[in-house]
Write a protein of this length. Structure first.
Lengths: 368, 316, 514
């Protein structure tokens, strides 16, 4: 996805990647079907619920689109750090902290004014960015593994938010584990009235465009990708790899915080609850991997994956197969897409293009 | 506060530390094996979780030791799966590890629901077994220190004793047998063992299998001793804390033991604190192990970076 | 009696279509020192990898004592009594000497690694073959020459009857080469056979009994050493009379770069280089001579801005550039061709166009207010691809899909896209074939003739002697000698200074330091 227009093999690379994703999905669905076959009393009904239910009503379509927006944002956040070859996995923590800060704004006096939505979003993004900055700085300055520190920060954020909700933000003496609903001025307006089709999807698409522009049209993005491809080279070329690394994690943190705002201010919630992300924030890993960290591919992957996710949830309600079965599909898709299994004819295509001694590992496009 | 201090210096507290340390230590040893072999095993968490459920379900139908072994095998199998995708299909080991973790989070709930007939939370209605504790009544007979020793060391899980010996065992294998030499060589500079005719990928495969086996034992200990029965997400980040302990443990079994004890101490603290420190909310107390891990990681990484700088000093 | 080891009509074609060996034959008699010579890229290394089981021939037959044999992996070759010492050592740095030697064939008692026995065995072997090295020393603490001995011990420990040495002298100072030769003679005297790969002819003539010459993937001759002259060998090797000689520079420009009492410390505070002072003039090449690890590479890094300087100044056209970062130095005309160009000089997953501007992301022609000018970047790439005849489908191809030689060209093209004031070059031709060597040498001299001051570091003394106008010798982080490169300066002379065996008097040095 480089800028230069004349990339002779661009379409074929795209097709090969799409083919890989589809083959992986087909294999994973086949396995899902086998599991359903083995565990369900009425496997056909369960499987058809999985595959068709998201389209069954306007309400389910709304649920699906809402998930797509959120999956797109988390996928973008993971893509950003993965492109810099950092395994910062802190999106979940950023979502919680972002959600908390957005809530604090929404429940303050500002919440009833027209500034509620923009200010809450900004507060969430700042909180998320700060939370993304910590593991980045810890790595750049002290060499602390960003994998472990970002995961620990996730747990901490979830506990802090759950405490805040339980002890301070929920209506007193109700025993509820959620806040009261925000004033209507602080909740995203519906784009199609009466559905969950709200500002969230717009925010997600705008974020995709901005991150794509930042990665592929700015010097910062080029530096970030060069650091991701080869940090030694980046240093040699005069790029401050540490700065890029920390800024990538901070920017991804802002996107994570933004997702937190989209969560709590979206029409689906309009309030802050404990454990509100339903593990969705973490599933951005899958979206990013399948999209090969390309921002423009992320919404499409989110569309497909969100459909499957919604189908699984509905299957959990409407049949005897628990929705968690989808974990098997998730794991398989990651394993297959991350592997170097090749579709037949790929090498042949490469030879047709006269690439000479193409190293298969690098010819894959330097995905990460 | 004095109250808490007294509690911390009591033998019951130290007993709890040993108990909370056991699964962490087993998982850390597992992480150490794969780390030395050159692969950071981020799947310790998922391996523990899957092994915990496997052990619980098997223990309903079989003796406790069969259940523990089944947990071990579940972990080992996952290790082999990771090796397959990492070594054979060239997938990034960290992504493979997270595939295992994602499989574990949802897959255990799914399997639990299947096994219990719909309960997605706990295995409370499954009659699962526990690992027997080892009682050492003779310790009490020792004059003076006897009662203290008894309170500290009697009544621990069989796996606790195993874990203690495993520290020595892992050290012995790593530093006194050819296999340990191979493993360390493969992790540090694979070209050398390869040129010496050592099957590098086989060594890596076995290091991941061993890593999974230890994580599996950690899961069994968690669900068959520390708690009896399976609860959804019961590992609660212990696998990731163990990963931190691997990085903290200076790539040595004794370091792994010390790091696991450190985190075990704070986990035990989070367990006893609610009884003594009423002003601090439970959620905040629960964050302690995670906060400590981040801080320890930062401090230790800084120190080891300094140390590696000093090492170059002797080189020239 | 058949020869000990034979290779008959070996052919090896790499997946990309490169014919590395094309009907190669080799016949090595027991107890001889057999040299295999040829230019870089002639196919020597491939042949040796086949002999050692690292690669399998596509056609042809190996014979050991007349019997057909095939090696699926190094283990089988080792078991058959073949040992190999690679140019890049395969030693685990944190292991001790005895651990490295025994690795893979450890003496055991039960499941235990019998370390006492291993130490004793290593000690015995090292005495027997005059390969002095302390079995208990950590390999990372040993100098290169001793590491090489560890590699040889490794092969002997596995009872190698046939020892293959791949360019063993490339990393050694001339005096160390002499010690190596003593060991090789001891080996042969005790019944072992040595295959010696090289491309430096005087060494080959000094040590070998017989010589097989390879060129462009084929064997072009086998001769007894006593019956051949250096000139005849060279002609055989290259197939034509060549002189890789380089015209000395004619221009005599002003002082471009002054390195003024520069000291360099590692991050831990260990002194890596002390009080280095030297000047480089526009239009000349100054060669940095020294055994690796004596401060030459560190000086180049310090000038490039990759390493900080503890004291002293580096002035470019009179301006002290020490406070400046890498990018600012590059902006003032510093260019740098790193040693490991593929690992350090390229981002293989990024496109050719992106690699070609990676060092100039502060340049307003390519980046304005943080936004890339894709048209300019693309035009820049097309122009450079054309100027340096890089073979690639287009500027948008990933660098990782190019051949090794073309990747080298991308690095050189980027660094020389604009005429540099000061060009830093480290190990320009290590591990590259003849064509690439000529290309890089020509690029360096072209930059020099256009007025660049060049600082060149190389482990290959003949390369330094061929390219440099002046030579500066490093020993233990200090400049110990300096020479103006006249015709009578020999590698041996330099070697004596490189090893600290001789010292130069102040006035001679001052004169040559200009």
């Amino acid at each position: 996805m480089t800028a230069s227009a004349s990339r002779p093999d661009r379409f074929k690379v795209f097709r090969a990647e799409l083919g890989r994703a589809l083959v992986a999905l087909a294999m994973a669905l086949a396995v899902a079907f086998l599991i359903i076959l083995g565990t369900s009393a009425d496997p056909w009904q369960a499987f058809s619920t999985l595959v068709t239910s998201p389209l069954s009503s306007n309400r389910t379509i709304g649920l699906w689109v809402d998930d797509v927006a959120k999956l797109t944002l988390t996928g973008i956040a993971f893509s950003l750090v993965f492109q810099a070859r950092q395994f910062a996995l802190g999106v979940q923590g950023q979502v919680y902290l972002g959600g908390l800060c957005a809530t604090l704004v929404a429940m303050s006096p500002i919440g009833t004014t027209f500034a509620a939505i923009p200010l809450a979003i900004i507060a969430a993004m700042i909180a998320g960015a700060a939370y993304g900055f910590i593991p980045g700085y810890a790595k750049a300055r002290f060499g602390a593994s960003e994998i472990v520190s970002s995961l620990m920060l996730n747990y901490i954020a979830i506990l802090v938010v759950n405490y805040m909700v339980r002890a301070h933000l929920a209506p007193p003496n109700t025993g509820q584990l959620m806040t009261a609903r925000f004033p209507e001025t602080a909740v995203f307006p519906a784009i199609i009235p009466g559905t969950r089709f709200d500002l969230g999807i717009v925010i997600a698409l705008v974020t995709v465009a901005i991150v794509w522009f930042a990665l592929y049209r700015t010097a910062w993005g080029l530096k970030l990708r060069l650091v991701g491809h080869n940090p030694r080279f980046a240093e040699y070329a005069g790029i401050k790899a540490n700065f890029i690394m920390v800024s990538a994690m901070t920017a991804a943190g802002a996107v994570g915080g933004l997702l937190g705002a989209v969560f709590v201010q979206g029409r689906a919630f309009g309030q802050l609850a404990i454990d509100f992300d339903g593990n969705l924030a973490f599933e951005g890993i899958l979206v990013a991997i399948v999209a090969r960290n390309r921002p423009l591919a992320v919404p499409f992957v989110a569309l497909a994956y969100g459909y499957l996710r919604q189908g699984a949830q509905l299957m959990g309600f409407r049949s005897d197969v628990p929705s968690e079965m989808i974990a098997v599909v998730q794991a398989l898709v990651i394993l297959l897409v991350a592997s170097s299994f090749t579709l037949p004819g790929r090498r042949f295509i490469a030879r047709l293009l006269g690439r000479g001694e193409a190293d298969p590992s690098t010819a894959a496009g330097g995905s990460r | 506060m004095i109250d808490l201090l007294l509690a911390v210096f009591s033998t019951t507290f130290l007993f709890t530390v040993i108990r909370t340390t056991t699964p962490l230590l087993l998982a850390t040893l597992g992480g150490l094996l794969s780390d030395l072999g050159g692969a950071l095993n981020v799947a310790l968490e998922g391996m523990m979780l899957i092994a915990a459920l496997t052990a619980v379900i098997v223990s309903v139908y079989a003796p406790w030791y069969v259940a523990v072994l089944s947990g071990l095998f579940a972990g080992a199998l996952l290790g082999a799966l990771m090796a397959l995708f990492h070594l054979r299909f060239k997938a990034d080991i960290i992504l493979v590890g997270f595939a295992v973790n994602i499989l574990a989070v949802g897959g255990t709930v799914f399997a639990l629901a299947m096994a219990t007939g719909g309960d997605k939370g706990t295995s409370i209605n499954l009659p699962s077994k526990a690992i027997p504790a080892i009682h050492l009544p003779f310790l009490e007979a020792i004059p003076l220190v006897g009662p203290v020793l008894f309170q500290l060391f009697s009544g621990h899980s069989t796996l606790t004793w195993f874990a203690g010996f495993a520290v020595f065992g892992v050290w012995y294998v790593l530093y006194r047998t050819p296999y340990g030499l191979w493993l360390r060589g493969v992790g540090e500079y694979p070209t050398a063992p390869e040129a010496a005719g050592i099957p590098v990928n086989k060594v890596r495969l076995w290091s991941l299998i061993g890593s999974g086996a230890f994580a599996g034992l950690a899961g069994a200990q968690l669900a068959m001793f520390n708690y009896v029965g399976f609860t959804r997400d019961m590992t609660a980040g212990r696998g990731f804390i163990a990963l931190g302990a691997v990085l903290l443990g200076a790539r040595h079994p004794v370091g792994a033991l010390l790091a696991a004890l450190l985190f075990g101490f704070f986990e035990a603290l989070a367990i006893v604190m609610p009884n003594h420190v009423r002003w601090m909310p439970g959620e905040m107390i629960q964050t302690i192990p995670f906060v400590v891990t981040v801080i320890a990681l930062i401090l230790f990484s800084y120190r080891s970076r300094r140390a590696s700088q000093l090492k170059t000093l002797t080189r020239i | 009696m058949p020869p000990l080891l034979q290779a008959e009509s070996i052919t090896r074609i790499y997946p990309g279509g490169t014919v590395a060996n094309d009907g190669v034959s080799l016949s090595v008699g027991a107890g001889e020192i057999h040299a295999v010579v040829g230019e870089n890229g002639a196919g020597k290394s491939t042949l040796m990898k086949i002999l050692f089981g690292l690669e399998q021939p596509d056609a042809g037959q190996l014979r050991l004592e007349g019997k057909p044999i095939a090696f699926a992996n190094p283990r089988e070759a080792i078991d058959a009594g073949i040992g190999m010492v690679f140019q890049h050592f395969s030693l685990v740095p944190s292991f001790t000497v005895y651990e490295n030697v025994a690795l893979g064939s450890e003496p055991r008692s039960g499941i235990r690694f019998d370390r006492e026995k291993a130490i004793a065995q290593v000690r015995a072997l090292s005495d027997q073959f005059k390969l002095r090295v302390d079995p208990l020393a950590r390999v990372s603490n040993l100098p290169v020459g001793q590491q090489q001995r560890v590699e040889i011990l490794k092969a002997l420990y596995r009872d190698a009857r046939i020892l293959i040495l791949d360019e063993p002298t490339a990393v050694l100072a001339p005096q160390e080469v002499e010690e190596l030769f003593v060991a090789i003679r001891a080996l042969v005297a005790q019944g072992r056979t040595v295959i010696f790969i090289a491309h430096k002819l005087p060494e080959v003539l000094a040590i070998s009994d017989r010589i097989t010459v390879m060129r462009a993937g084929r064997t072009v001759g086998e001769v007894a050493t006593s019956e051949v002259t250096e000139k005849e060998l060279a002609t055989l090797m290259v197939g034509r009379e060549v002189s890789l000689g380089v015209e000395r520079s004619q221009s005599d420009g002003g002082r471009a770069c002054e390195i003024d009492t520069v000291s360099i410390q590692s991050e831990a505070g260990v002194s890596l280089a002390t009080d280095l002072s030297l000047n480089v003039y526009a239009g000349e090449v100054v060669g940095l001579v020294g055994v690796e690890g004596n401060g030459q590479a560190e000086l180049l890094e310090a000038v490039a801005g990759l390493r900080s300087v503890t004291s002293g100044e580096i002035r470019l056209k009179g301006e002290n550039i020490v406070p400046l970062g890498v990018l600012d130095r590059r902006g003032r005309g510093v260019a740098s061709i790193p040693e490991d160009r593929l690992a350090e000089g390229l981002a293989p997953g990024a496109t050719v166009a992106e690699n070609l501007v990676a060092t100039r992301l502060g340049d307003p022609r390519f980046v304005r207010r943080g936004v890339l000018d894709l048209k300019a970047i693309r035009a820049n790439a097309i122009a450079l691809i054309d100027r340096f005849s890089i073979r690639v489908g287009g500027p948008a191809f990933a660098v990782g899909t190019l051949s090794g030689g073309n990747m080298q060209k991308v690095v050189v093209a980027r660094e020389l896209a604009e005429q540099p004031e000061l060009l830093l070059v480290n190990q320009p031709t290590r591990g590259v074939d003849l064509g690439a060597t000529q290309f890089i040498w020509a690029s360096i001299t072209r930059a020099r003739d256009a007025g660049a001051a060049v600082l060149l570091s190389s482990a290959d003394l003949s390369e330094l002697l061929a390219l440099s106008d002046r030579l500066v010798v490093f020993y233990r982080g200090r400049i110990v000698a300096a020479f103006i490169n006249s015709g009578d300066l020999s590698a041996e002379t330099l070697g004596a200074f490189m090893l600290g065996l001789e010292t130069q008097d102040e006035t001679t040095m001052k004169a040559a330091l200009r």
